[in-house]
Design a protein around this ligand. Structure first.
Ligand code: URA
Length: 229
C-alpha cells in the first residue's frame, strides 16, 4: 500500500491555508520530526475564526451588504463556554462594528455582569452580520445567506451553552420554527450543545416585567456551567 493516498486530511489542508494567509511561506519540519502540525487545534480554530471574520467583512452574499456601514462579526472569548446569539446589528452596532453596544446591548452587558461574568468571558454574535435598513426584520434569504457564518462560529468556539436571544436568533440558528414564547426557559439542543432560548434584550426594554423570567433562564445557564448564582 502506498504511504500517500493522494488526498490531504481536511484539517491539515485548512491549517495550511491559514498559515499561508498569515504569511507563512515555509514549514520547518525539523530533523525527522513526525510533528507536522505547527499550531495546536485551539490556535488553529482561533485563527480560522479570525480569518472567517475578515472574509465576512467583505461579504456581498446579500443585499444588506449595500446598506451596511460595516459587518458586525462577533466579540469575546474565542474559546468561551457561553455564547449569546442575537438577531442583527442595529444602528449603534453598524457604526461601532460590535454586537450589542446600543441600549439593548447595555442591558445584555448588565445581564452578563449579573452572572458575574464580563463580555470578554463570553462570546457574542448575531445570526445576521449586517444591519437591516431601518432595523427591519431580516428577510428569509438574508438569514439563509448569513447562516453558514454563525454555524461555523459555533463550531469553532465550541461553547458548552448557547443562549439564543429572541425569535430570529433561535429560529435561524436551528432552522426550526420555534415560538420563543412557547420554548423560552426550556433546554433545547443545537448540534449537541445545550441551547437556552430567552427573550431578546430589546423586548425587555419594552417589557421590563419579563426581566425576572430572563434571570430565571440565566440561573439555569449558570447551574449548567457549574457557576453559583
Ligand atoms: N440586537 C441584536 O439582536 N443584535 C445586536 O447586535 C444589537 C441589537
Amino acid at each position: 500500500m502506498s504511504w500517500y493516498n493522494g488526498s490531504m486530511d481536511e484539517s491539515l489542508a485548512r491549517e495550511l491555508a491559514l498559515l499561508r494567509e498569515f504569511g507563512f511561506t515555509h514549514l520547518d519540519l525539523g530533523n525527522g520530526s513526525s510533528q507536522l502540525s505547527a499550531l495546536s487545534s485551539q490556535e488553529t480554530e482561533e485563527l480560522e475564526l479570525d480569518v472567517l471574520g475578515r472574509e465576512a467583512s467583505a461579504c456581498v452574499k446579500c443585499r444588506l451588504s449595500k446598506s451596511r456601514t460595516q459587518v458586525v462579526w462577533g466579540v469575546g472569548n474565542p474559546h468561551a463556554d457561553l455564547m449569546f446569539i442575537g438577531e442583527a446589528p442595529g444602528r449603534d452596532e453598524d457604526i461601532k462594528g460590535q454586537p450589542f453596544v446600543g441600549r439593548a446591548g447595555q442591558l445584555l452587558t448588565d445581564i452578563i455582569k449579573a452572572m458575574k461574568l464580563t463580555r470578554d468571558d463570553v462570546y457574542i454574535a448575531n445570526v445576521i452580520k449586517c444591519r437591516p435598513p431601518e432595523n427591519r426584520n431580516p428577510e428569509p434569504d438574508e438569514l439563509d445567506a448569513c447562516r453558514p457564518y454563525i454555524r461555523r462560529q459555533v463550531e469553532l468556539i465550541k461553547p458548552k451553552v448557547i443562549v439564543a436571544l429572541g425569535r430570529f436568533g433561535l429560529q435561524s440558528l436551528t432552522e426550526k420554527a420555534y415560538s420563543i414564547m412557547a420554548v423560552r426557559g426550556s433546554w433545547l439542543e443545537y448540534n449537541g450543545i445545550k441551547l437556552m432560548p430567552t427573550y431578546h434584550p430589546a423586548y425587555l426594554l419594552r417589557n421590563p416585567d419579563a426581566k425576572k423570567e430572563v434571570w430565571n433562564d440565566m440561573k439555569k445557564v449558570m447551574a449548567e456551567l457549574g457557576m453559583s448564582a
